[in-house]
Design a binder for this molecule. Structure first.
Ligand code: GLC
Length: 555
């Protein structure tokens, strides 16, 4: 858990900035409200209506719609009444989710990370985290309540405009906050906001995932409501460009993947995920594709669009070729020669076969595969990471074959990855000496706990979405049943511990909002799979023919 010390120090500066921000917010919110009852979905609108975006949509935005259903079209308010199976947890979850809503000057702008009164230590769980709000936002969108999502998108966009500094060093303009907190002053009757861009976080790392989630959420909002006007505002267009400019600039990179510090995403402590972590690469890919759909091809957007197209091609090639592992590929790496030079090298990153950890040989099923955690010079992190692999399926970074293989792996390794509580954030846990070296003796990330092999209920929504997309809802059903039998009874813990995820996590918060929202989203998606369109992108045929390794890769 990253801290938020020093928050008060910046409060006054921020509250002044807030006054101006609020005018902007009011202006932006002044746009005519969208009647979602009457709105047609993004897909349904005629090509002429979408003329600005149509080039980008072509080949990108044909939605997967099982049974011909469409997302966002008169999305019904979701109630226990039309549920495929009512469960007492559903009503309780909605109540708990609503309790976590945060207001700013009378408007709903987000949800706090955890509403855990029993816990003596609040740390920063009383804030609205960008990544944590995503499942809340999806739940509200699926329930026909888009206003809170729109307010959140605009609020965080204004925060992006703040000056961001760690000590004397200024962060890039596009950085989105990890979290923000609304301070209520009962005497002056004013609300002010303070935000954290990493300057208060443990390790002082900026959240690379926040900006990507922001873009992904903007598209989910657009897709769900059919309201194109928000994404088309100059403010949102600029916000997207700023986020992506941080990632698309040229430099010393020889890989199209994004180089990151440890702790820059959901796993926000040192866990050996520095380098090119799968979670960030998958989110980056998805955000690029979402932005491509929404960015205007005008004078300002054109260059960005061109850079995105180029990057997407290189990124998908790199990820599909070098991050992908299955039985065959593992066997190839196992037989790699080392010290190869020049263009004919098969072992391009000089991975030393002896560095392959023993567990992978047992873990790898005959059928199935996954994207490994990280690939960089002489280093392959073979650990499984759930979020990155699910987002790879949803964004179609994974080819249809790879998506199927990931689901095969989950089925084949059910006990390891799902156990008694879906699902493991990463597998396996780091233990002993390796834990000491890689985590720096982190007492919160001991083996099979928290980020180090803990089980996180929030991942249920991503798993469910991936299951629906690959046409394997029965896997999601099984996982949801497992979660359902515990979550309400255990008061919605943040995470579970143990090789099977049987124990409520050592330091887990109760009433963790994304555990609650994740469950609701999973239930709603399974009941009405057309919701999937909000958070899923069809395969882009133009990116297709590159999966097969170059001939130099064959044995
Ligand atoms: C922890 C998690 C992080 C989450 C935050 C708030 O720090 O690691 O992913 O955003 O708690 O719930």
């Amino acid at each position: 858990m990253d801290g938020f010390a020093g928050m008060r120090k910046v409060a006054s500066r921020c509250s002044m900035a807030e006054e101006d921000d609020d005018l902007d917010l009011a202006r932006l919110l002044d746009k005519p409200k969208v009647n979602i009852e009457r709105q047609r979905s993004f897909d349904e609108r005629s090509h002429s209506e979408l003329s600005i975006n149509i080039r980008a949509i072509d080949g990108f935005e044909s939605m997967y719609s099982p049974g011909g259903m469409r997302s966002g079209l008169n999305t019904p308010a979701w109630s226990a009444k039309n549920s495929f199976e009512t469960h007492p947890a559903i009503a309780e979850a909605w109540e708990a989710l609503r309790r976590s809503v945060v207001y700013f000057r009378g408007q709903r702008v987000g949800t706090i990370a955890a509403f855990d009164h029993a816990s003596e230590e609040v740390l920063n769980y009383d804030q609205v985290f960008v990544r944590d709000f995503v499942p809340s936002a999806l739940a509200f969108l699926m329930n026909g309540e888009p206003e809170i999502v729109k307010n959140f998108l605009l609020k965080t966009l204004l925060l992006q405009g703040w000056e961001k500094k760690v000590d004397r060093f200024q962060l890039g303009a596009g950085v989105m906050p990890a979290s923000f907190k609304v301070l209520h002053d009962p005497h002056r009757e004013v609300d002010t906001i303070v935000a954290d861009f990493g300057e208060s976080a443990i390790g002082r790392v900026a959240p690379v995932d926040s900006g990507f989630w922001w873009i992904i959420l903007l598209r989910a909002y657009t897709k769900s409501t059919g309201d194109l006007s928000l994404a088309e505002t100059p403010e949102c267009q600029k916000g997207m460009r700023l986020i992506l400019t941080l990632c698309l600039s040229e430099g010393f990179d020889t890989f199209p993947t994004l180089l990151c510090a440890d702790g820059c995403s959901m796993i926000d402590r040192r866990m050996g995920v520095y380098g090119y972590p799968i979670e960030i690469q998958a989110l980056f890919f998805m955000a690029l594709r979402c932005a491509l759909i929404m960015l205007k091809h005008d004078a300002e957007g054109k260059e960005c669009v061109e850079l995105i197209v180029k990057r997407l091609h290189a990124l998908s090639y790199h990820m599909r070729s070098y991050f992908w592992i299955d039985f065959q590929q593992l066997n190839d790496i196992y037989r790699f020669k080392t010290e190869e030079y020049s263009h004919t090298a098969v072992n391009k990153f000089n991975v030393i076969p002896n560095s392959i950890p023993e567990w992978v040989f047992d873990f790898m099923p005959n059928r199935g595969g996954y994207f490994v955690g990280n690939v960089s010079p002489a280093r392959m992190d073979f650990r499984w990471f759930a979020l990155g692999n699910c987002v790879a399926i949803l964004s179609s970074l994974a080819t249809p074959e790879q998506s199927m293989a990931i689901m095969d792996l989950i089925e084949a390794r059910w006990e390891e990855l799902i156990g008694e509580m879906p699902m493991k954030i990463t597998y396996p846990a780091l233990e002993g000496h390796e834990w000491m070296i890689v985590t720096g003796y982190d007492p919160k990330n001991t083996r099979w706990s928290y980020h180090n092999g803990g089980s996180w209920p929030v991942l249920l929504w991503l798993l469910t979405a991936a299951c629906i997309k690959t046409g394997r809802p029965q896997i999601a059903r099984r996982a949801i049943e497992l979660a359902e039998s515990r979550l309400l009874k255990d008061a919605w813990p943040e995470y579970y511990d143990g090789t099977l995820g049987r124990f409520i996590g050592k330091q887990a918060r109760k009433f963790q909002t994304w555990s609650i929202a994740g469950y609701l989203v999973a239930k709603m998606m399974l009941e009405d799979p057309s919701h999937l369109g909000m958070i899923s992108l069809e395969e882009d045929k133009a990116m297709k023919p590159l999966i097969k390794r170059s001939t130099s890769w064959t044995r």
